[in-house]
Design a protein around this ligand. Structure first.
Ligand code: 3PG
Length: 244
């Protein structure tokens, strides 16, 4: 694999640090846009639980072919960590996010595997310190004002809002933005094509996460065309909503 890998959607982001706001260094080209800008531009982050390792690269490539060049690969299956490693190596033009990090030891493991960003469904201080120790950008999950306060007290102002639908959806996000105008969110859990517009048009929403782009049936049937189509539809919706 060449070090300088310019893909269809730009060069690969290789490292970063949320707490300091440092921008990522990319393929020796120099300081480029940060991962936050990268996920904002993508708009929709597919949340993927790979059932088997062989599926990881082709499904990610199908997403990228459809214009979605960010993927969150969760640690929910035995194949999860290996999927992060395979995609990080073989899809250099895709920003690889490792998801469902629930234990401190997960951070070093996904960093070693090549993840550029980590995401958790919740927040606690040991996870914060593990993310700092691994020098890995991290989106903790929050669902309440108290959890958001705990995260922001440690400098975490970009958070996953999870499970978005059950935690109050768009109304809750608007309510949180009153006392916390500096907080920004990636709502996930219950976001779908029907309510995408409601979330994405809020200024405090950087991107949304969702599993609808990668249906399990499409993966088990190796229907990469369906995943590419779903990605294209999402790409078109995001571009239309944001005027990209
Ligand atoms: C997640 O882990 O972020 C959610 O399970 C994704 O939620 P969804 O399946 O409702 O999109």
């Amino acid at each position: 694999m060449t070090d300088v890998a310019i893909g269809r959607y730009g060069p690969r982001v290789t490292t970063g640090h949320m707490a300091t706001g440092r921008f990522e260094r990319v393929n020796g080209i120099g300081l480029m846009q940060g991962y936050v800008e990268r996920i904002r531009r993508c708009g929709v982050v597919p949340v993927v639980t790979v059932p088997d390792i062989e599926a990881a690269v082709p499904l990610t490539q199908a997403l990228a072919d459809g214009g979605i060049d960010v993927v969150e690969l969760t640690l929910r299956t035995a194949a999860g960590l290996k999927a992060v490693e395979a995609v990080a190596r073989q899809c250099p033009d895709v920003l690889v996010i490792a998801g469902t990090l629930t234990l401190p030891e997960h951070f070093a493991a996904v960093k070693e595997a090549g993840a550029a960003v980590a995401v958790s469904p919740g927040f606690n201080e040991p996870l914060h310190h593990a993310a700092v120790a691994a020098d890995l950008p991290w989106l903790p999950g929050i669902a309440t004002a108290s959890e958001l306060m705990s995260a922001m007290a440690l400098g975490r102002s970009l958070v996953k809002f999870f499970p978005a639908g059950l935690a109050g959806g768009v109304k809750m996000l608007k309510a949180l933005s009153g006392p916390f105008p500096d907080a920004t969110f990636c709502p996930t859990g219950g976001v779908d094509p029907d309510n995408l517009k409601d979330y994405l048009t809020l200024p405090q929403v950087v991107c949304v996460g969702g599993s609808w782009l990668v249906p399990l049936k499409a993966v088990t049937e190796r229907n990469w065309g369906q995943i590419r189509t779903l990605a294209q539809e999402a790409r078109d919706r995001v571009d239309a909503l944001r005027g990209n």
